[in-house]
Design a protein around this ligand. Structure first.
Ligand SMILES: O=P(O)(O)OC[C@H]1O[C@](O)(CO)[C@@H](O)[C@@H]1O
Length: 202
């Protein structure tokens, strides 16, 4: 016998365990392996070399809670990104614009050291650090990606409108994001991506 979902949806207690890379109480999980990320990094030879050494563990994963769907519903989750690099680019998420582009997102840094790379379709770019105890509040209409610029796992708690959706193709069609987040001595810097064609002219 099938049962209807409860209305209103039941409250959920979540326990993000950043150092264990998991969140208790969620109902969703996905993982991205190096092999899923072909074309993301500029240095193809460095990517192939990294793939040949790959230990088969995910580069990043997301554990989330979506207790209800529809307008006004929220998805909350833990995003975990390993430390590392391909060529001089730090490990990063694929990045996306929300399909409902006016939907914003909140990230709260739990552990590790990251940068949120934020770009508008009009051509503005911002790289905002996210360290433990810092939040980044991303309004709608920003293409966004997280980058781990530290030496340990980056774990962030996030929240966005469930109906936001994700458009990954906008970055692929543009030849990647406008800026790259790269090693700079012991730190990080941004450098223009020579392959970027602009988000509007695609
Ligand atoms: O969806 P992407 O771009 O692969 O990256 C995963 C990211 O997406 C989110 O799950 C939600 O926007 C982030 O928390 C996470 O860092």
């Amino acid at each position: 016998m099938s049962s209807s979902p409860a209305f209103p949806a039941l409250p959920v207690q979540l326990e993000p365990l950043a150092h264990h890379g998991m969140m208790r109480g969620g109902n969703g999980r996905y993982e991205k392996f190096l092999g899923d990320l072909a074309g993301l990094y500029r240095d193809g030879a460095a990517f192939e070399a990294a793939l040949s050494r790959d230990d088969g563990t995910p580069v990043y994963w997301v554990e989330s809670s979506t207790p209800e769907e529809g307008e006004g519903a929220l998805t909350v989750g833990l995003s975990v990104l390993e430390a590392g690099s391909v060529g001089d680019e730090y490990f990063m998420t694929r990045g996306h614009l929300h399909r409902k582009a006016d939907r914003g997102e909140l990230y709260y840094g739990l552990s590790g050291n990251g940068v949120m790379l934020l770009e508008s379709v009009e051509g503005d770019s911002h790289a905002v650090e996210i360290n433990p105890g810092q939040a980044v509040h991303i309004p709608g209409h920003w293409v966004h990606r997280s980058v781990n610029v530290g030496k340990t796992r980056l774990a962030t708690l996030f929240c966005y409108a469930t109906d936001a959706g994700q458009d990954y193709e906008i970055i692929e069609r543009a030849g990647g994001m406008k800026q790259l987040v790269v090693r700079d001595g012991e730190g990080w810097t941004t450098r223009p991506n020579p392959g970027h064609r602009g988000y509007r002219h695609v």
